[in-house]
Design a protein around this ligand. Sequence first.
Ligand code: G4P
Length: 195
Amino acid sequence: MDLLKNKIKAEGVVLSETVLKVDSFLNHQVDPELMVEIGKEFAQRFKDQGITKVLTIESSGIAPGVMTALQLEVPLVFARKKKSLTLSEGILSSKVYSFTKKEENTISISHKYIQNDDRVLLIDDFLANGQAALGLIDLVKQAGAEVAGIGIVIEKAFQDGGKLVRETGYRVESLAEIQSLENGQVQFKQEEAKV
Ligand code: G4P
């Protein structure tokens, strides 16, 4: 998705060979117009999948997730990382280990909002080690629902997540695939293929 790649080139900050900071449009400040376009792109790619719910994880998945749900005309559900005061009955939970942050989170949803007749599109902002996506897949399975596909805004193709998640057999669509962050430069996958 060129609009997204151009935004990453213009505003992304390479913090190290493994971490890209995109706080100006995705992880802290949010660019609503870009999110609308991201929502349209995911909706276009998954429109024939009979999706009934979009599922993401708080917090940075919510903006692209809600715009995708808007385009597909279905609700968005976001998994919580912290216990909610009001979320108490019929909770489904999965443990997600973050290699980046070296911490384990328990992510939870209410079974009420993902039921066994749902076809669920998973959306997340980053695909790094894949643990978050695997946790979401686990929640959908616990609900007895179907994963209809996985949409990722930025995939770091040099980390293991893409392989791990694709091994599940579900369709994964990433809007920007980063091949490398070496030498302070963002190199996208397609660019490398053209060389
Ligand atoms: P995973 O999401 O593929 O399982 O990978 P990992 O556990 O390593 O990622 C943990 C958190 O770090 C996630 O956010 C993920 O989006 C984020 N992350 C991973 N790599 C990068 C990166 O290169 N740049 C940025 N900006 N974020 C990265 P989170 O903790 O869920 O945060 P948030 O959604 O509350 O913002």
